[in-house]
Design a binder for this molecule. Structure first.
Ligand code: MTE
Length: 317
């Protein structure tokens, strides 16, 4: 099977080439054995990563990715496997009314209209880096509700060790689901302490605007120290469980995608280096900025490394 990372990252920069790459990604991902499309091994010079954040990690001072790039270069397989597909197809997603089911090991459970579910105050301007396992990253200003604030309301019991999330799955609204590219519905999960961490956000919008459909409207997770695929979009179910929940990518390729998926430059994906990345921070026709080193926990080690104390992060990738 041919993978898209046969194109060298140095080839990507001109617009004509990255557009071609988008086509190839689409073609590659439409094949039966699906994989996220990685950049090839970094043999090019890698600059130091000079990421600077506020002490709580809530705001990075890194250059933000442009709104038009954040909303046009997406992974949302329910709308197709090409990077341009979600922006093209996600208009068919109906986001109002939106019901969220809360179930499992909690004293309070039930089905909630989004407005009722979100009664907490929205926080503005969480400016986070989000790094995809494919080797690109973005810097996005989100607004939303810290997940911990929401989860506490449901009074999880002492048996609640994990939180599982499920995306909407509706073949009529989501044309990409016809391809059976990954096990639907898209599902993800966090350990309870990860879910309760102050950096973990349920985002309802970006750049001060309501969440665009292609970015996971009306509500999606953002976990900035983990690879992008943990940040599940268009959530319809939250389930507290005693056991580790199944996750879509782990179900598909367990040797490539672990449950934790913390950004870790020291542990490569079996087919791609994770040591460096390219920011989507270009200007004009240049989509990718120069290659920079990837930081442990995506630069959020000060805030989150203690969650994994004593764990072998090669084993628990
Ligand atoms: N959530 C759902 N439901 N379906 C998806 O295909 N893709 C994931 C994640 N959440 C995905 C998803 C991947 S691989 C990434 S990198 C991020 O969404 C991308 O988020 P963004 O489009 O806002 O950058």
């Amino acid at each position: 099977m041919a993978y898209v990372n046969e194109i060298k990252p140095s080839d990507i920069t001109p617009e004509s080439v990255y557009r071609r790459r988008r086509e190839l990604i689409g073609a590659g991902l439409a094949s039966p054995l699906l994989a996220l499309a990685g950049c090839s091994e970094a043999k090019v010079p890698v600059a130091v990563n000079t990421a600077k954040d506020s002490p709580d990690g809530f705001k990075t001072l890194d250059e933000k990715t442009r709104f038009e790039d954040v909303t046009s270069y997406n992974n949302f397989y329910e709308f197709g496997t090409g990077k341009a597909d979600p922006a093209k197809n996600a208009h068919s997603l109906i986001t109002d009314p939106w019901i969220i089911q809360v179930s499992g090991e909690a004293e309070v459970t039930g089905a909630y209209h989004l407005e009722k579910f979100l009664k907490d105050q929205t926080v503005q301007d969480r400016i986070y880096r989000l790094r995809c396992v494919e080797g690109w990253s973005m810097v996005i200003p989100w607004q939303g509700v810290p997940l911990a604030n929401l989860l506490k309301r449901f009074k999880p019991t002492s048996k609640a060790k994990y939180v599982a999330f499920t995306s909407k799955a509706d073949y009529r609204q989501m044309p990409g689901m016809a391809y059976n590219s990954i096990p639907w519905p898209y599902r993800e999960g966090l350990r309870m302490d990860e879910a309760m961490h102050p950096l973990t956000l349920l985002a309802t919008g970006l750049y001060g605007k309501p969440m665009p459909n292609q970015n996971g409207a009306p509500i999606r997770l953002v976990v900035p120290w983990k690879y992008g695929f943990k940040s599940i979009k268009s959530i319809v179910r939250i389930h507290f469980s005693e056991t580790q929940p199944q996750t879509s990518w782990n179900m598909l390729q367990p040797d490539e995608y672990g449950f934790y998926s913390n950004v870790n430059p020291a542990v490569d994906h079996p087919r791609w280096s994770q040591a460096s990345e390219r920011r989507i921070a270009g200007t004009g026709s240049k989509l990718f900025a120069d290659r920079i080193a990837t930081l442990p926990f995506n630069g959020y080690a000060t805030q989150v490394a203690s969650l994994y104390k004593g764990m072998d992060l090669r084993k628990w990738f």
